[in-house]
Design a binder for this molecule. Structure first.
Ligand code: 13P
Length: 284
């Protein structure tokens, strides 16, 4: 089927009390691993592409790869811009063939974040494309965006509810204590924020920084209203570790397929585990 927006799959996730995974796509092997695992688990899936990954792969290649995967598949697949930083980049990917965008205006003052998000929602919805907004500042490092602990700011529940009503986004990322990248120590999620916001809005909340959060914490967050969980770093680590192990055993390997193939299989198993943890298996 063609690429789809996140709207339907996330509505179902909210009412069914499970979450759909956003797995970041960094190259062909990531795409194949994510889609194969999702197909085998009969799960809807969101392919997240950061601005950095977009620069690395190129817009045309990214869309062509994702479209090919979707056209050859029976599960719903969304191609989603992760942490879009401007109105212009959002428009560029929408017109380039993405089926969903995130506008991360969390570094702007509230009113400005609302204004830009609203403008993107108007255009995107007219074209059947979904939009994720962000409120509060998520800590950690992703691509070129780095937020240290001091500057990470939890979302204010009242402001988050107001933000949803003013923008009409399809999914809302709120800072609840998770961070991009791996954690030193155990992350402390603020479940009370998730609960307070989720019961007042119709759309699911998004948990960024899904790598390294203990399974029980993820499950609890989903039970309280998280309907989309983003994962990138764990897949990057398992890919790199697999390749390192292959080279540690044999320095003479030179055919990339001999290390990228096993790395792809390793990513696939991480994705499969997350899909089962999020409860989206069997929900395509
Ligand atoms: P991790 O890299 O921590 O899994 O976070 C991914 C993410 O939130 C992408 O937006």
């Amino acid at each position: 089927m063609p690429l789809v927006s996140m709207t339907e799959m996330l509505k179902k996730a909210k009412s069914g009390k499970y979450a759909v995974g956003q797995f970041n796509m960094n190259n062909l092997e990531f795409l194949q691993a994510i889609v194969e695992a999702s197909e085998e688990e009969n799960s809807p899936v969101i392919l997240g592409v950061s601005e950095g990954a977009l620069k690395y792969m190129g817009l045309d290649y990214t869309v062509a790869l994702a479209k090919t995967a979707a056209d050859n598949s029976n599960i719903p697949i969304a191609l989603h811009l992760d942490h879009g930083s401007t109105f212009d980049i959002s428009m560029k990917v929408i017109h380039g063939g993405f089926s969903s965008v995130m506008f991360d205006g969390s570094h702007h003052p509230y009113e400005e974040n609302v204004e830009i998000t609203k403008k993107i929602v108007e255009t995107a919805h007219a074209m059947g494309i979904s939009v994720e907004g962000e409120l509060g500042t998520i800590g950690g490092t992703e691509d070129d965006i780095s937020v240290d602990e001091e500057n990470a700011r939890l979302a204010d529940p009242k402001e988050a509810i107001r933000f949803y009503k003013e923008t009409n986004v399809d999914a809302l990322a709120i800072a609840v204590g998770s961070a991009h990248g791996m954690y030193i120590g155990e992350p402390k999620l603020h479940y009370e924020i998730i609960e307070a916001v989720s019961k007042e809005i119709d759309i699911p909340l998004v948990l960024h920084g899904g790598s390294g959060i203990p399974d029980e914490s993820v499950k609890k967050a989903i039970s309280l209203g998280i309907g989309k969980v983003n994962v990138n770093t764990e897949n990057q680590i398992v890919m790199t570790n697999t390749i390192r192990e292959i080279f540690a055993k044999n320095q003479n390997v030179y055919d990339p397929r001999k290390y990228l193939g096993p790395a792809r299989d390793a990513i696939k198993e991480v994705v499969r585990g997350k899909i089962r943890l999020f409860g989206s298996n069997g929900k395509a």
